[in-house]
Design a binder for this molecule. Structure first.
Ligand code: ASP
Ligand code: MG
Length: 567
């Protein structure tokens, strides 16, 4: 239930405001979403932040192309104003032209002294959001909505740190409340990404910081929910480029989202969520281009629909193994290992130690693999010499596959299911680690096995266990009729019997067609006639067996004895 007049916050990323047409779509979304008072956090139009940062660099190296680049983004913005058909187009254009004059002056300074400071980039790179917020605000007002825009630099105070910022919550809250008390519009369009330092200088929340802005303003406005509008339908169970059957997850807990993001899934960045998590505000991930899709809800609870919520992978990992009898029962070995790695700045992605204490095994980024080996060989020089430690081994070319889900805790056998799926796909598991939160099982596999491992694991948990990969040899009268019947019965079998029949290959006496997912059952005759693949029963069988299908069958619909002899 929505509390009347409570704020909701929506954040629109760069692709959601890529051009005039997209701004119009955003207006429709804002209008149709429930709630009265809405804080709308916007990014710069897509690509603009990159260009602004590039301008500073070009000016520093006295590359004259910066004039052209600057003109281009100015034109882009002025053109967008024209296309948006705004009531106060002229005054907005003037104000934007003034901003460009200011940027020109700054760049001129950089050009002259061939140098810039961090602050220069912070100031210049934030303009995109300032323009974007004004566009959306002007568009809403032109269409008769009650709207105002808030330059976040006026209210949000942060102290920049090495790779992040820390928010001055008290001051920011006071300023936001004061601003809101004066601007009583239904919609407040807020610049994402930008903020001010305690001494009042323009700064940013660092690259891709506008999700963080969304979460910060959700907290400052005590919003009942935050929606991050992006260009995907929600958080997926796996990277769809690697797993075409990946499904959109309806719900995730904050903790699950954090684990998935850590292992590289396209979710909100964990730091970004913190302000929302602290106030227990649910975050929705939704698609601007498909606003009817419900998206993914990230909140304190979690859905029970799937035991595993998602799989993600980290590529380019090196596995390091230290082995030797001299480590058993000796305190401080692990400390010495990880202390040495810390000294040389190598970060460890996962650790697993067998309980025999005979070996310690851990994963680091591949680029750090040799460095880690070198420092450990030095650190344990004496132990290696005395054979207390047999070897420090580095295994390059590995990947980590992580399975994430809160409900693993109550479900025994999840690890078993995972390993049997990997086993069936003949994936060799090199190391295993399970976080003590029992929310994540990670396995290290060889890089070349990673995609296969991911698909096998995903199929096992997300696709009906009874998925059957089917190959049909011979597509004459009998084969053709069989394909027709399968096509007709397929959906019924799936919904009523939980059996998923997937025809992945068909042959005639000369040619064959193969498909990763499923042969197109409406077009197969044409495709087979036009196929350039010569019939080859061995590779056909190999394809049908697949690497990640739990079951496969080949149906011989020919009257030819030869076929049965091949197998
Ligand atoms: N426009 C900024 C960037 O591209 C902030 C954001 O879009 O999140 O980094
Ligand atoms: Mg962005």
């Amino acid at each position: 239930m929505k509390i009347p007049f409570a704020w909701t916050v929506h954040k629109f990323g760069g692709t959601s405001v890529a051009n005039a047409e997209r701004y119009q779509k955003v207006v429709k979304i804002i209008e149709n979403e429930p709630g009265v008072r809405k804080g709308i956090v916007v990014s710069a139009m897509s690509g603009v932040t990159n260009t602004l940062i590039k301008l500073v660099e070009l000016a520093k190296s006295r590359d004259e192309s910066y004039f052209i680049e600057l003109e281009l983004i100015k034109e882009k913005h002025l053109k967008t104003i024209d296309e948006l058909i705004l009531k106060d187009a002229e005054s907005l254009k003037l104000s934007i032209q003034r901003d460009f004059e200011e940027i020109k002056e700054i760049l001129r300074g950089v050009w002259l002294i061939k140098e810039y400071s961090e602050r220069t980039v912070e100031l210049v790179s934030g303009f995109g959001e300032v323009w974007s917020a004004q566009f959306l605000d002007a568009l809403l007002r032109s269409q008769g909505f009650s709207s105002s825009w808030l330059d976040a630099r006026k209210v949000l105070v942060v102290t920049p740190r090495a790779n992040a910022v820390s928010v001055d919550w008290q001051l920011s809250k006071e300023r936001t409340d004061r601003w809101i008390a004066v601007h009583k519009t239904d919609y407040v369009i807020i610049t994402g990404f930008v903020a001010s330092t305690p001494d009042g200088v323009a700064t940013t929340l660092k690259r891709n910081g506008s999700d963080f802005s969304g979460s910060i303003f959700g907290s400052l406005l005590n919003a009942s929910q935050i929606t991050i509008w992006t260009d995907v339908d929600g958080v997926l169970s796996a990277d769809p480029r690697l797993v075409p059957d990946a499904v959109v997850l309806d719900e995730l807990s904050y903790a699950e989202a954090t684990e998935l993001a850590y292992f590289g899934a396209k979710v909100v960045h964990p730091d970004t969520m913190t302000p929302a998590v602290e106030k227990n505000i649910p975050i929705f991930i939704r698609n601007t281009l498909n606003p009817l899709a419900l998206g993914t809800k990230i909140h304190a609870g979690s859905s029970k629909k799937y035991t595993i919520k998602g799989f993600s992978t980290v590529d380019q990992v090196a596995l390091i193994n230290i082995e030797g009898t001299g480590m058993m029962g000796v305190p401080g070995v692990a400390n010495k290992v990880f202390g040495a790695l810390k000294e040389v700045g190598v970060s460890v992605i996962m650790i697993s130690q067998a309980s025999s204490e005979h070996s310690i095994c851990f994963a680091v980024p591949e680029t750090e693999g040799l460095k880690a080996k070198e420092v450990l060989t030095k650190t344990f020089f004496a132990e290696l010499y005395e054979k207390l430690i047999e070897k420090v081994e580095v295994n390059l070319g590995c990947s980590i596959l992580a399975a994430v889900g809160d409900s693993m805790i109550e479900h025994p056998g999840i690890a078993g299911q995972l390993f049997s799926a990997l086993g069936q796909a003949s994936v060799n598991v090199k190391a295993i680690a399970q976080g003590s939160s029992e929310r994540n099982i990670s396995v290290v596999v060889s890089n070349s096995d990673c995609k296969k491992a991911l698909r096998a694991a995903h199929t096992s948990f997300f696709i009906s266990q009874q998925t059957i990969s089917i190959g049909i040899i011979g597509s004459g009268l009998i084969g053709g009729e069989l394909i027709k019947q399968i096509k007709e019965q397929k959906d019924l079998l799936k919904t009523e019997k939980n059996i998923n029949l997937v025809i992945r290959g068909i042959t005639n006496s000369k040619k064959m067609i193969l498909s990763e997912q499923s042969v197109n059952l409406d077009q197969w005759k044409n495709e087979l006639t036009n196929s350039e693949k010569e019939l080859d029963l061995t590779s056909f069988a190999h394809h049908i067996k697949g690497e990640y299908f739990p079951y496969s069958v080949i149906i011989d619909c020919t009257s030819n004895q030869h076929v049965s002899h091949v197998f």
